[in-house]
Design a protein around this ligand. Sequence first.
Ligand SMILES: [Zn+2]
Length: 448
Amino acid sequence: MSEPTSLRHPTAAAVLSRSQIERIIKATKDRFDEQVEFLQQLVRAASLRGNEARVQNIVSNALVNRGYEVRSFTIDPTRIGEDPAFSPTTFELRNSTIVIGSKHSPREGGRSLALNAHVDVVPVGRRARWKYDPFSATLEGDWLYGRGAGDMKAGLAANLFALDALSAAGFDLTGAVQFQSVIEEETTGNGAAMVLAEGFRADVVLIPEPTDEKVVSANTGVMKFAITVQGVPAHPFEVAAGRSALDIAIRTIEHLRRLEQEWIAERPFDQPDFAGVDNPIALTIGTISGGEWLASVPSECRFEGRIGFYPGETPEARAASFERFLREVFQNDPLLKGCPEPEIEWVGVKQGGFVLTPGSEAEALLATAHTLADSSGRELQRFVMPCYLDAAVFALHGDMTSLVYGPIAENIHAVDERVSLSSLMRITKAIALFAAAWCGVEARPEQV
Ligand SMILES: [Zn+2]
């Protein structure tokens, strides 16, 4: 075990005075009802892929009204394949923009901070299975329900209202701050990649994904693929002459399950954080379609999925070993021998994993901000998130310390997604205190 980071770095409690902390916490509480209403508006904007314009309009107006310098821009598709921060895509986003609000410090010298969140949400599945309409943003007790409520519009609202609280408490940050509202986190990560491509950098980025109030110590690399296999079509009366593409696909998936076990078993010694994670690789087959006619032996089948890998390796190297594995399977498995080689396409995120190096001052300040945001004296815990996170783009391609820390949410990407409001308030306080401690604050002249 390494020495707790808080012992080696100044704590937020040491950087900020007791009265500053109290004013910031009070200002966060005072605006919380407004924050929840804003979050409801965000959820109701139903920002499925390709439909992010409405929610980005809400965000952009909110930033303009607060005096941010606002820029919005689209993803430049010509960068895909040229710039390693970008991942392949099959979808052209014409009307969806990234929105960034910037505030420059009145005084140079403080450290800069980016607060990032994504607004894209995943499909809801069958609406009838939801307790409330997934875009109604219904409140019930401590919970706000809705697709995107937890992942991660609550985080976006926390970013905005944390900065509001500082301002309402009478403070200016003495470092520059960027408020980033991005798209495409759920499929490619190209929203975050475009933020870097446009030249936005900061000394640290904080992303309040729904992490149950823990900080992400590492994530996995992720690759998204589509595999098409060919069979031999035939009429049922001469079924032996055919080879079912559906059977070939199922057999191929069985082999991929073996590959998944091999990749899990790598368990690199320099990644102790992954020791407690049963399946960080998480091969997921998400879609499958095939066949042409219910009474014909199917000639083609396509399935799409994702697979993870431990941090420390490039997606190019992993993709090459994945492709090699499938080639060998088709050469050696008697049940697949003679079938045309499968066609492998990379259709979304193709990104390495990142590790939050222990011992950073940013993490130490977040840890103390986390403790100050609640009266229970709890300590910030680290955990591994074995999935893609935009933080990886900022860490690996922007060389930025990337903190992923957000509220308690349940059923993200599932039915009845919901976020805890009491947790959201604690997170908002913690972000405000972290921003103040990281960038530094000074009282606005009229407050002195
Ligand atoms: Zn998310």
